[in-house]
Write a protein that binds this ligand. Structure first.
Ligand code: AMP
Ligand code: MG
Length: 401
């Protein structure tokens, strides 16, 4: 049995990051940047008006109220080309370039235009720089604004677009074959007969693979039959980069995953991890295809996917930060540690009246534990052999994607 960190190091060492590909910005959400993103222009690119109003010379307004000669108009997308001289003002719109010679903008609300629109009365002193966002005050040309290895979020799209990245270099997505094993399993569209249950793992792993940026392909359910399993795995590795199996990794009479992997000549890196749930998690390789054998219990499968398979898929795409985001919270209820294994307890996050994060373990361990897991937001990390952690104890939590 190896600790979780060692398991992750082993996985990391076996992964070569995939090549990159150039894709359109509209397809970039969730993909991993394989290039730095550099500002190709100043932001703002010109001295920009922050208000609808009048561009003026601040010195001309010291005796306000007073009247200035209106000499033109600057709108967003069309600058006023001249140079503002003493006693002049230019009507200006939000987002328009401030004309040369002007050093301040006065708001529409404290100005009044003459009926023939040749003069404007400015009613307040207009301090130098007022309502002007200076060129390059936000971002200077040449600065790196996003880094290779970051995953593209919706919030990053504006940055990419603004600096001309209508296409972007991202990591290729790994093809992931998903296979549930178990003689009791039927697809969700079938009503289970006596002693059958519906296969949920294929579908939840498919969803988790999508969240991790992989390209999932669900394969048919395989019964607890070594010959069939051997055939299915040897077919799956033909065109997948990763194969994720669920079920059949324990030591029961019908748990065939490991013997079959051995028969296929797999290199098995680990098969037992100090983790609860998920002790019998398997990580192996056949040729260059990574194989994860996850336990069949639906919560165990989801937890071990998030702990081990998710980082693998993200590393393949070039993510620098692939493990689940960690933070601290206070326990709402007491929890017990496990012997020799770190527990990862599904939980919800709340806040107390002082705004502190409170983490509440979900009812867990029953046969329908996936129903409470449906609302899980985090995993509470309980170190091995610490005994009971009482309510209000600060703990580490991992945020689920
Ligand atoms: P196993 O790891 O094969 O011993 O399975 C552990 C438990 O998880 C058993 O109760 C199985 O019926 C259940 N199980 C296994 N595979 C799945 C699956 N694909 N979907 C839902 N439950 C499963
Ligand atoms: Mg089974």
């Amino acid at each position: 049995m190896i600790p979780v960190n060692q398991a992750l190091e082993i996985i990391r060492a076996e992964i070569e990051s995939f090549g990159s590909e150039r894709i359109e910005l509209s397809k970039a959400l969730g993909r991993v940047l394989r290039q730095d993103v550099v500002a190709d222009c100043d932001l703002p690119p010109f001295n920009r008006s922050q208000m609808d109003g009048y561009a003026v010379r601040s010195v001309d307004t010291t005796d306000a109220p007073l009247t200035l000669r209106l000499v033109g108009e600057a709108a967003a997308g069309s600058a006023w080309k001249g140079e503002l001289k003493a006693g002049e003002a230019v009507r200006i719109m939000t987002g328009a370039p401030v004309p040369v010679g002007a050093d301040a903008v006065q708001r529409l609300e404290v100005a009044h235009e003459s009926a023939d629109k040749t003069f404007v009365e400015i009613n307040e002193v207009t301090p130098c720089g007022q309502f002007i966002i200076e060129r390059a005050s936000e971002v200077r040309e040449g600065v790196r604004v996003l880094a290779a290895g970051e995953r593209i979020t919706a919030n990053m799209v504006a940055t990419l677009a603004s600096f001309g990245y209508d296409t972007v270099d991202v990591g290729k997505r790994p093809h992931v074959a998903i296979m549930a094993t178990g003689a009791e399993l039927v697809p969700p569209g079938v009503r289970p007969a006596e002693s059958q249950i519906r296969d949920s793992n294929s579908h939840s792993i498919e969803a988790l693979v999508q969240l991790a940026g992989g390209l999932p392909r669900r394969l048919p359910i395989v019964g607890d039959n070594p010959a069939a399993l051997k055939l299915a795995i040897s077919e799956a590795i033909q065109d997948a980069d990763v194969v994720i199996l669920s079920g059949g990794v324990s030591v029961g009479d019908y748990d065939f995953t490991k013997p079959v992997l051995r028969e296929l000549g797999a290199q098995i890196f680990f098969e037992r991890v100090r983790v609860r749930p998920g002790k019998p998690t398997v990580f192996a390789k056949i040729n260059d295809v990574l194989i994860f054998g996850l336990p069949g219990n639906p919560v165990s499968a989801a937890v071990t996917f998030n702990l081990f398979a998710r980082p693998a898929l993200l590393w393949m795409q070039g993510t620098t930060d692939a493990t689940l985001r960690e933070s601290r919270a206070l326990l709402s209820h007491r929890v017990k540690s496990a012997r020799e294994r770190t527990s990862y307890l599904p939980a919800r996050i709340k806040h107390d009246d002082d705004g502190r994060s409170i983490v509440e373990p979900l009812k867990w361990g029953g046969s329908s534990d996936f129903v409470s897991f449906a609302r899980a937001e985090a995993l509470i990390v309980v170190p091995a052999d610490v005994g009971t952690l009482n309510a209000h104890t600060p703990v580490n939590i991992l945020h689920l994607p």
